[in-house]
Design a protein around this ligand. Structure first.
Ligand SMILES: Cc1cc2nc3c(=O)[nH]c(=O)nc-3n(C[C@H](O)[C@H](O)[C@H](O)COP(=O)(O)O)c2cc1C
Length: 383
């Protein structure tokens, strides 16, 4: 190259800048493609939300759309004549976060609730028996029937998602809370639902839940197991079809895209973000909390509690409201017993509820950030 045609230093820098820009844009676009951002929630991991088989298989298809802790989907279904038997899949676990499988059993109750609600529209009359102890936890007999009233909750099954976004300032009225509470408890035994409302009580429970989130991340073992089902990688979502995805965390659109484009953040950073969201979003905008009360150590009670809380969620969604489970205070209450730590959470929860708390949720109007989470298909869970 002759001296006069040699590029100036400024030109070289400009070309490098353009080149770097192309690489960055190209790299970002490739990463966005890998993370499924161009067609969000459309792959096989989300197919369960759109497929509606008929008959008994349709009942199981509704069951798998239920909530489960960390979206672990610890359910197994078996057809036995005209009934569905539901058992707890012990291979799916939250480790020390759910050492006694309280949340696993709640998840079974959630699945049973969806199954029961869906059955009449599929021409099947459901008859639920919750069984004590291990093995099969619930049996749902389904008798063909041609004229059944369809529960108003049925349509909410596909619209129900855990809503972790901020809830606008509207406070739910007492008649609304009474109404959804009675829908939730209809057919549920052994449990009650206590609403926590009013500025002082909301603030008190909000502080307790934030303290519990901080205590959880300060406990290294809890923090590790709590993070195990967080899915940063879209490929993993497609393969595993479970877990907590970035786009279901209720963040703003900008933060959701950024979180999906960025590599997985270190665990301690994710923990700090969760505690911060608990303080400044989840508890700060909770308009009511429901405390489900019962004998926390009894398996059948946990299944009934899961059934009630799933029905509560469906009832709220059917009326245009949103819900998020918030279990950290109960998790830490159980953890404190295991580690021999003086009680920090059980006493205050019981004071608020007037009984032993099995699980906690918050409610409010949605701000439009809830989206579906992945699901394993019926073929994987029906044995
Ligand atoms: C027993 C139980 C405990 C849960 N605990 C929490 C919780 O503490 N925080 C939270 O944000 N979601 C919690 N969830 C919600 C699940 O993460 C959620 O159901 C799952 O990711 C599937 O998403 P979906 O509910 O939108 O279908 C819980 C759900 C259940 C059934």
């Amino acid at each position: 190259m002759s001296a006069d045609r040699r590029p100036s230093r400024r030109q070289v820098l400009r070309w490098l800048g353009v080149g770097a820009g192309v690489v960055v844009v190209g790299g970002t676009a490739a990463r966005a493609g890998d993370q499924g951002l161009f067609a969000p929630r459309t792959g096989p991991a989300y197919a369960a939300w759109h497929e509606h088989p008929s008959g008994v298989r349709g009942v199981v298809a509704a069951a798998v759309l239920a909530a489960s802790a960390h979206n672990m989907q610890n359910w197994r279904f078996r057809l036995d004549g005209g009934a569905i038997e539901v058992s707890d899949d012990l291979t799916r676990s939250l480790g020390v976060v759910d050492a006694h499988r309280r949340e696993a059993h709640l998840g079974i109750g959630c699945a049973v609730a969806n199954a029961e609600v869906a059955a009449p529209a599929l021409g099947l009359a459901p008859d639920l028996v919750v069984l004590p102890g291990a093995g099969v936890l619930a049996r749902l007999a389904l008798a063909p029937h041609d004229r059944l009233p369809v529960d108003g909750l049925d349509a909410a099954i596909v619209d129900r998602h855990s809503d972790r976004g901020p809830y606008p300032a509207e406070v739910p009225s007492t008649p609304l809370l009474d109404d959804v509470r009675s829908v939730a408890l209809s057919g549920s035994e052994r449990v009650d639902i206590v609403w926590v409302t009013g500025t002082a009580a909301l603030a008190r429970l909000g502080r307790l839940l934030t303290d519990a989130a901080q205590a959880l991340v300060d406990d290294e073992r809890m923090s590790i197991d709590n993070a195990a089902l967080v899915r940063y990688d879209h490929g993993q979502v497609e393969r595993r079809m479970d877990g907590l995805t970035m786009d279901a965390q209720g963040m703003s659109a900008f933060m959701t895209v950024a979180a999906q484009l960025a590599p997985a953040v270190p665990r301690h950073q994710a923990d700090a973000s969760w505690v911060s969201a608990t303080r400044s979003v989840h508890t700060a905008t909770a308009r009511a909390y429901a405390l489900v009360v019962g004998d926390r150590d009894d398996v059948a009670t946990r299944v009934h509690a899961g059934r009630a809380v799933q029905r509560l969620h469906l009832a709220l969604v059917a009326r245009g409201w949103a819900m998020q489970h918030m279990n950290q205070a109960v998790e830490m209450a159980e953890r404190d017993v295991l580690t021999g730590t003086a009680d920090r959470f059980d006493g205050p929860l019981s004071d608020l509820a007037g009984g032993r708390v099995v699980t906690v949720v918050r409610a409010g109007r949605p701000s439009g950030r809830a989206v579906p989470s992945p699901r394993r298909p019926v073929s994987q869970v029906l044995g």
